[in-house]
Write a protein that binds this ligand. Structure first.
Ligand code: SAM
Length: 248
């Protein structure tokens, strides 16, 4: 391939057919599904997905890659040249599926955007291994943080398998992991308010909750957790904290 790799856009392309098949199988695409692919690159996943699903949307920022994808003349793939962070998801039908070997430099903002949307049925995303471990980390661990709470409150999330850095070109510095996300539906906190609360709770990791949430503490709402550090509080307890603060 003659494409000049753009490091600034996190371009590491999959080059191993077995890994590609394994990833696609995890998504379990059906012909009738609408599928969104984030960052299709030169089509490593798209060219396989295209055989299994009739309605595919891909969002790619690099105009050179968009031009290359257009040459394939896929009949069932709509190619959008856009920055995914600015792209409007509202025209996709409820229950769509998502796939992406995400550009590492904006993996977290992309994930937060998708969590906030929450209108999809299943999501299969590849992250650098360290971020994947933070996403699934349990409270009490060093790697547990804001992103763990947000993902585990709004989704059931699992690491499916690890992917060696050797199957990408150019080769990244670290291995990756493939994660599946299924949205939870019951009695979820308002995303925007909950997100702000968790961000504030983790604003100083080493401080106790009474220091990070001083207003709620002064109002006597978080007595139970006042002397805990944010990393000691489970996702379920964060929902309880949200409820005592916002619901009463
Ligand atoms: N899916 C391909 C594969 O697995 O071989 C490429 C994956 S590569 C890790 C990430 C892709 O995301 C690149 O094609 C890059 O140009 C694209 N990308 C980077 N930033 C983006 C953004 N903000 N919006 C949409 N695509 C982006």
């Amino acid at each position: 391939m003659s494409h000049p790799f753009r490091k600034k856009w996190g371009q590491n392309f999959l080059r191993d057919p077995n890994t590609i098949t394994k990833i696609i199988n995890c998504l379990q695409p059906c012909a009738s599904d609408t599928i969104l692919e984030i960052g299709p690159g030169d089509g490593a996943l798209t060219s396989e997905l295209n055989k299994q699903s009739d309605h595919i949307h891909v969002v790619e920022i690099d105009p050179l890659l968009v031009a290359q994808l257009e040459k394939y003349n896929y009949s069932n793939v709509v190619i959008h040249r856009a920055d995914f962070l600015d792209w409007d998801l509202s025209h996709l039908p409820k229950g769509f599926k998502i796939i992406g070997n995400l550009p590492y430099y904006i993996s977290s903002p992309i994930l937060f955007k998708l969590l906030a949307w929450h209108n999809w049925e299943r999501m299969l995303l590849m992250f650098q291994k360290e971020l994947a471990q933070r996403i699934v980390s349990k409270h009490g661990n060093k790697s547990y943080g804001r992103i763990s709470v947000m993902c585990q409150v709004y989704c059931d999330v699992n690491i499916e398998f690890m992917v060696s850095k050797n199957v990408f070109r150019p080769k990244p510095e670290v291995d990756s992991a493939v994660l599946t996300f299924f949205p939870k539906n019951n009695d979820l906190p308002d995303f925007s308010a909950f997100s702000k609360l968790v961000k504030q709770a983790f604003s100083q990791r080493r401080k106790k909750l009474k220091n990070n949430l001083p207003e709620a503490y002064k109002l006597g709402k978080i007595e139970k957790w006042a002397d805990s550090r944010p990393e000691e509080i489970s996702p379920h307890e964060f929902i309880q904290i949200y409820k005592v603060i916002f619901v009463g």
